[in-house]
Design a protein around this ligand. Structure first.
Ligand code: ADP
Ligand code: FBP
Ligand code: MG
Length: 322
């Protein structure tokens, strides 16, 4: 393997730069040429591919976002578009591709491998932590910490004014951010896709808390269950509490990555290069029980979902909200 390329795709995630840096530096060390593809699959199609040097990855380990830029290109679902992208990569004589992104990006990578024989390795980079097969995705821990910090700030004003705050957090269809922020910062209730709490259930929790003399609440709403504004309107009809809504939005995706994400990204970046050097393809890098492992990339969406621990954590979080 003499030439490889790296791209970042889908929603950016803190720690993507640490993964790019590690993969590039490890490849340079092995005498491999490294190319950067700008804006994910869009840059592959537009032939926005450049040779990287060590200065491209210097001073980026602590930077959020992605220096390679990211994009969403729905047209990549079209085989003809993928054909153009594959031809551009081959014109540069690039033999291996590292795709840092989420489940959507992995679908694209899988198809590049199956249709065009491009050797691809996926690195899970998304704040959502929604990739089956890996305990953690790059960016999730940093975002969790951002949410926790926001909750701490909101609690000050919530207690001062004796209010209920509904805090809407990201996660597309996965409730991990809301659930574990609730566990980590003492949330008083949560709406997540994996648990079927109704507005009435949360209203009951608020009433129980008032009966116990607790005069404020911080309730997490995972975007996957709907808008905090709509839920707030329903809640107001059945419980007498002063309500405020906070949508954290893209603030959750920015900022310097946590130590955890930097270390995870650094280990995964180097492992991806090792896999390409070993001739592997169509694989994703995983973190399982503190070990860096690999799985077939389609495990990300076809794999066995083991929610045993999450169910226990939901049960515990319910107990602790009271
Ligand atoms: N089924 C698919 N086939 C081919 N490419 C896909 C597919 N799904 C997603 N992609 C590509 O991956 C990009 C990122 O996917 P998206 O789901 O938005 O983010 P993420 O990779 O973070 O989950 C899409 O914009 C598209 O270019
Ligand atoms: O950046 P956009 O286009 O507003 O998308 C928001 C979505 O991206 C995310 O932040 C990250 O999702 P992906 O990693 O799948 O791209 C989701 O939590 C959220 O639903
Ligand atoms: Mg995704």
């Amino acid at each position: 393997m003499k030439k490889i390329a790296i791209l970042t795709s889908g929603g950016d995630a803190p720690g993507m730069n640490a993964a790019i840096r590690s993969a590039a530096k490890f490849a340079f060390y092995q005498g491999i040429e490294v190319f950067g593809v700008r804006r994910g699959y869009k840059g592959m199609v537009d032939n926005d591919i450049f040779k990287m040097t060590s200065s491209d990855v210097s001073g980026i380990i602590d930077r959020g976002g992605t220096v390679l830029l990211s994009a969403r290109l729905p047209e990549f679902k079209d085989p003809e578009v993928r054909k153009i992208a594959a031809a551009n990569l081959k014109a540069h004589e690039i033999e291996g591709l590292i795709v840092i992104g989420g489940d959507g990006s992995f679908h694209g990578a899988d198809l590049l491998y199956k249709e065009h024989g491009i050797k691809v390795i996926g690195i899970p980079g998304t704040i959502d932590n929604d990739i089956i097969g890996t305990d953690f995705t790059i960016g999730y821990d940093t975002t969790l910490n951002i949410i926790i910090e926001a909750m701490v700030r909101l609690r000050d004003t919530a207690t001062s004014h004796e209010r209920t705050y509904l805090v809407e957090v990201m996660g597309r269809d996965a409730g991990d951010l809301a659930l574990y922020a609730s566990l980590a910062a003492g949330g008083d209730g949560f709406f997540i896709p994996e648990a079927k709490d109704t507005v009435q259930d949360i209203a009951d929790v608020i009433k129980e808390r008032r009966a116990m003399g607790k005069l404020h609440d911080i309730i997490l709403v995972s975007e996957g269950v709907g808008s905090a504004y709509e839920i707030g309107n329903e809640l107001k009809k059945i419980v007498d509490t002063e309500l405020r809504i906070t949508v954290l939005g893209h603030i959750q995706r920015g900022g310097s990555p946590s130590a955890f994400d930097r270390v995870l990204a650094t280990k995964m970046g180097a492992k991806a290069v090792k896999e390409l050097m070993a001739g592997e393809s169509g694989m994703m890098i995983c973190s399982e029980s503190n070990k860096i492992t690999t799985k077939f990339i389609d495990y990300a969406w076809n794999g066995i979902v083991d929610n045993t621990q999450k169910r226990k954590d939901i049960e515990l979080a319910h107990i602790l909200t009271k």
